[in-house]
Ligand binder design. Structure first.
Ligand code: MRU
Length: 369
């Protein structure tokens, strides 16, 4: 997608180098700064500190981290070290494991001298596939939005869409998952408006989704996280759509904390609630998401403090609670499949149930779902 009219990706190959540069997402929306990654440790650190974040982008960055390790030392000892270091960065987004398993498998089958070239090519392939995948998710979501917009009574205003966190191009290699259908619907001329929920505590909605929708001129309004129920109750929401960090074999979906409450509000008001995801976000090894998806526990400081731009134009962080208030900070929650209207994947839209995912597994040629 474009930044001030110029096409960019949040992870790009540095021309003429075997390195990548990433947009430092901790600095958006107030500063657009690129950061070059050239080592395993730098890639791991960028994921851990959330300079890059979002399930698909975490996977893509890890793939390059793995390449950096193999380029310096192609031994099996180093491959195992790279795998373990990168796997330990963030626990919930299963795309990390998916990308690392893929790198591990492909590189292991190459000779020692070929390994670096194979790893570089595979990391690039993961990125290019992500772009195609997300475009396909967008196309399937576009058809849903097109039908919904056509069914709105004349004069009833734009298609009103709620999204949470950032599942746009900043969270992927391009397009996004949940935001891809929004971009494609907007580009197709569908009259739409997006309610962007701010996503406390780190504010991915406020700082990232609002920024990227603004860059594409998509009409949107920022709301606090608690507003979705109120908007739904007042008839101001037609559809909700979010991304996912891990979806189980029966369709339970882990996504940014606050997603579950939105799904409950959608159910109460009979509003369709969609989860958009690439197949690489499905964890086929587990069914019960509430029991088995690991939820990242983050520092309470993210809850007790808020950061932003001060009047002097410099980034500031302020304490918003009594100094000794304890805070709990679960990074994600799990929405049971029963609350999800459909899973929008690159292969089409599937019911968020064991049957729906089994249908997808058969289509993918998986022997066992
Ligand atoms: O903690 P983050 O910012 O990595 O969380 C990101 C999300 O929860 C996204 O909604 C999810 O990864 C889907 S990204 C296409």
């Amino acid at each position: 997608m474009k930044i001030q009219g110029v096409p960019h990706r949040p992870i790009e190959i540095v021309p003429g180098q075997k390195t990548v540069r990433i947009i430092d997402q901790t600095l958006l929306p107030h500063a657009l700064e690129w950061c070059e990654l050239a080592t395993l440790e730098a890639a791991a650190e960028a994921i851990k500190t959330m300079q890059v974040r979002g399930a698909p982008l975490i996977g893509a960055t890890a793939a390059y981290g793995y390449f950096f390790a193999v380029r310096d030392d192609a031994s099996d000892v180093m491959r195992a070290r790279a795998y373990d270091l990168l796997m330990a960065t963030r626990p919930t987004a299963v795309n990390l494991r998916w990308a690392l398993n893929r790198m591990h498998r492909v590189v292991a089958s190459a000779s020692l001298v070929e390994r670096a070239a194979v790893a570089w090519a595979e990391a690039g392939a993961i990125c290019e596939e992500d772009v195609r995948t997300n475009h396909a998710i967008g196309a399937h979501g576009l058809e849903i939005f097109r039908k919904m917009a056509a069914q709105k009574p004349p004069g009833s205003g734009p298609l009103q869409i709620v999204t949470h966190c950032n599942a746009g191009w900043l969270a992927c290699v391009d397009w996004g998952t949940a935001i891809a259908p929004i971009y494609q619907a907007y580009d197709a001329g569908i009259n739409l408006h997006v309610w962007v929920s701010e996503t406390r505590p780190r504010g991915q909605g406020a700082s990232l989704t609002a920024w990227e929708l603004g860059q594409h001129a998509v009409p949107h309004t920022l709301v606090v996280d608690n507003e979705a129920g109120h908007l739904a109750q007042r008839g101001l929401v037609d559809v909700m759509i979010v991304g996912a960090d891990r979806v189980t074999s029966r369709g339970d979906a882990a996504n940014k904390i606050g997603t579950y409450l939105k799904a409950l509000a959608a159910k109460a008001h009979n509003i369709p609630f969609y989860v958009a995801l690439p197949v690489s976000t499905i964890d086929w090894t587990i069914a019960d998401g509430v029991r088995d998806i690991p939820i990242e526990q983050r520092s309470g400081r993210e809850v007790t403090h808020m950061g932003g731009l001060g009047a002097d134009g410099r980034r500031q962080e302020v304490l918003i609670t009594p100094a000794s208030t304890p805070a709990r900070n679960d990074g994600f929650d799990v929405t049971p499949g029963g609350l999800i209207t459909g899973l929008i994947t690159e292969h089409g839209v599937y019911e968020a149930s064991a049957e729906g995912l089994n249908r997808l597994a058969i289509q993918l040629g998986r022997t066992k779902a």
